[in-house]
Ligand binder design. Structure first.
Ligand code: GUN
Length: 292
């Protein structure tokens, strides 16, 4: 039987620790971290994520400032809002939920958040710092989903150094920072993507396989080595019939679970970790601004 990496449980442990830390910070500074959450439009998955992030932030004692803008909001208006939040003393973290409407340039918007308040760790300066930093830098703002994956891997209490890690996907949000984080753990990294030749055989060599492609149940049994550790970042809603749907990952769990040593479930694996790591980043941003 594989070990099921319970993201809900690990995320709860991190949130409990953050709550205690935020209580202590409140006693010391008489204020708590503030997080601004911006959503533009009404993509239903984004609404679900924003709601979950807001709820979790409040639970640990973070002040949340919600900004829900209309789908037709133009880029200048969004950047004006970010400029105001950048100088607002009550705000330590700013999150712009992605994707943005097609009329808005995501890169320009993300770069307009000052790096100190970049709760997602997407700003080029934070991306650069992640790439050159030492191993355990607790001040860094690191993209939440890959950091959550790393925390799940650490739960296994195994030596990651020298492991063959394959990351499927090269997005700025998950794939690239995941590869950076695993490289820092001294894994041997291969990043595969839609143009990779022989993707299946490369994956089959992985001791650690991270799937972040956004394609439901794409990774099948024959892609996975016996005893491998599989981290499934995918959250895909698929139809079961006319009325019902369900969430599945990028990995065909029912096939793969029988051959791996550990695997994350969907839901309840990486998803809750992403949220907990956002709260962690917001707390780090608060501490950095107060020289803690
Ligand atoms: N959309 C999908 N994942 C993320 C994330 O980690 N952060 C933000 N801001 N948007 C996302």
């Amino acid at each position: 039987m594989p070990q099921i990496l319970d993201g809900k449980k690990v995320a709860q442990k991190l949130k409990d620790e953050l709550k205690i830390e935020i209580d202590n910070l409140k006693s010391k500074f008489n204020c708590v971290p503030g997080l601004a959450v911006i959503q533009v439009g009404n993509v239903s998955a984004s609404s679900v994520y924003v709601k979950a992030k807001t709820k979790a932030a409040k639970e640990v004692g973070i002040n949340v400032f919600d900004h829900h803008l209309e789908e037709t909001t133009n880029q200048d208006k969004l950047i004006n809002l970010i400029n105001q939040l950048n100088i607002d003393k009550n705000i330590n973290g700013i999150l712009v939920q992605l994707p943005l409407p097609k009329t808005i340039n995501e890169e320009i918007v993300l770069n307009s958040i000052i790096p100190e308040k970049d709760a997602d760790g997407f700003h080029p300066l934070n991306v650069g710092k992640l790439s050159i930093s030492q191993k355990n830098d607790e001040k860094l703002l690191i993209p939440c989903t890959p950091y959550g994956c790393l925390l799940l891997l650490r739960e296994l209490n195994i030596n990651l150094a020298g492991k063959n890690a394959v990351v499927i996907g090269r997005s700025n949000i998950v794939g690239k920072p995941m590869s950076q984080l695993l490289l820092k753990e001294s894994c041997t990294i291969t990043t595969v993507h839609s143009k990779t030749v022989n993707i299946e055989s490369i994956c089959k060599n992985a001791d650690i396989l991270v799937a972040a492609i956004g394609k439901p149940e794409f990774v099948k049994k024959n892609w996975v080595k016996e005893g491998a550790i599989v981290i499934d970042v995918g959250i895909n809603r698929i139809k079961i019939n006319e009325e019902k749907s369900k969430l599945v990952g990028d990995v065909l769990f029912s096939e793969v679970e029988n051959i791996v040593s550990a695997i994350t479930p969907v839901p309840g694996g990486v998803g809750p970790m992403t949220i907990a790591c956002l709260l962690r980043n917001t707390t780090i941003a608060f501490k950095n601004s107060n020289n803690v």
